[in-house]
Design a protein around this ligand. Structure first.
Ligand code: NAG
Ligand code: NAG
Ligand code: NAG
Ligand code: NAG
Ligand code: NAG
Ligand code: NAG
Length: 228
């Protein structure tokens, strides 16, 4: 009987070991791309966030600005994706930098080059955002069901996200409001842009997102001279 039990516990130890390793969580990568994250929505899940004015979805490429022309243009990094570092800072080389911020109505925007100026009623990027780690390795199937993968690589990145960002702030009554939405875009005619739900958020025709997924960016950083 005693032997039976010790064999059983050996077996369960062996079975538990790989599972235990799988529930270790990821850490936030130092440079990463963003995608819509919502395992229940196969149209949005894995959709790339392209940075241009705002955080845009259903955009097939990410434009960037290089002030140089001719041979000098090689002074500009050649990144072609929306790349973010640290706690949501744009990965751009421009002297003086640029920042993301959340407008009072929730729309996420980027400041112009060389500038950190944001409207007085906007939320600076260090307010409201929080990152949740996903377990590693997070399986492709379990995280991105229905994601089209390589067949639509300009719109989707179906690799497993290391975690996801969401947003939450307090309103004047000191209640918590938050969440993320994809709403009709000011920046592109048939696109959608990311909105954070602020107390004054009132956009219509939006789709709720569970978050914005993060994936390690392996290219050179800064990724571009400037986003615009
Ligand atoms: C991993 O993340 C889950 C869900 O966020 C959390 O419940 C758990 O405590 C985390 N584990 C570790 C080791 O941080
Ligand atoms: C992503 O980056 C994090 C932090 O830099 C690192 O710990 C992790 O191993 C990387 N993951 C992959 C899949 O490269
Ligand atoms: C940028 O240039 C480097 C070095 O030439 C190259 O390895 C990389 O693939 C290029 N990246 C893009 C996005 O074209
Ligand atoms: C790629 O995905 C986008 C966005 O969902 C869609 O509009 C487009 O038709 C798809 N393209 C292909 C080739 O499947
Ligand atoms: C706001 O709510 C928090 C708890 O959610 C409480 O600790 C804090 O005192 C409240 N602040 C005000 C100004 O009521
Ligand atoms: C949202 O709020 C703005 C500013 O308060 C207002 O101009 C706009 O009409 C509102 N939009 C909707 C759909 O209610």
């Amino acid at each position: 009987m005693k032997q039976f039990f010790s064999l059983l516990s050996l077996l369960s130890l062996a079975a538990a070991w790989p599972t235990q390793r799988q529930v270790e969580n990821n850490t936030l990568p130092s440079a990463y791309t963003l995608t819509a994250y919502d395992p229940s929505n196969s149209l949005y899940n894995g959709l790339k966030v392209q940075i241009s004015g705002g955080w845009n979805l259903f955009a097939s490429s990410n434009p960037s600005y290089c002030p140089f022309t001719g041979a000098e243009a090689s002074n500009c990094p050649n990144g072609t994706e929306g790349v973010v570092t640290g706690n949501l800072y744009p990965s751009s080389l421009v002297p003086g930098g640029q920042d993301f911020y959340v407008r009072n109505n929730g729309q996420v925007q980027i400041t112009v080059q060389h500038s950190h100026a944001i409207p007085p009623d906007a939320y600076p990027i260090y307010q409201g955002w929080y990152w949740t780690a996903l377990p590693t390795p997070s399986g492709y199937e379990s995280n991105l069901p229905g994601c089209p993968g390589a067949s639509n690589a300009s719109f989707y990145d179906c690799g497993p996200p290391s975690g996801f960002w969401n947003f939450r702030v307090q309103n004047q009554a000191n209640e918590t409001v938050g969440g993320l939405r994809a709403c009709p875009s000011e920046f592109s005619e048939d696109g959608m842009s990311v909105y954070a739900v602020t107390p004054h958020f009132n956009a219509t025709g939006c789709t709720e997102l569970a978050g914005l997924g993060t994936r390690n960016y392996t290219g050179t950083t800064p990724a571009v001279w400037a986003y615009y």
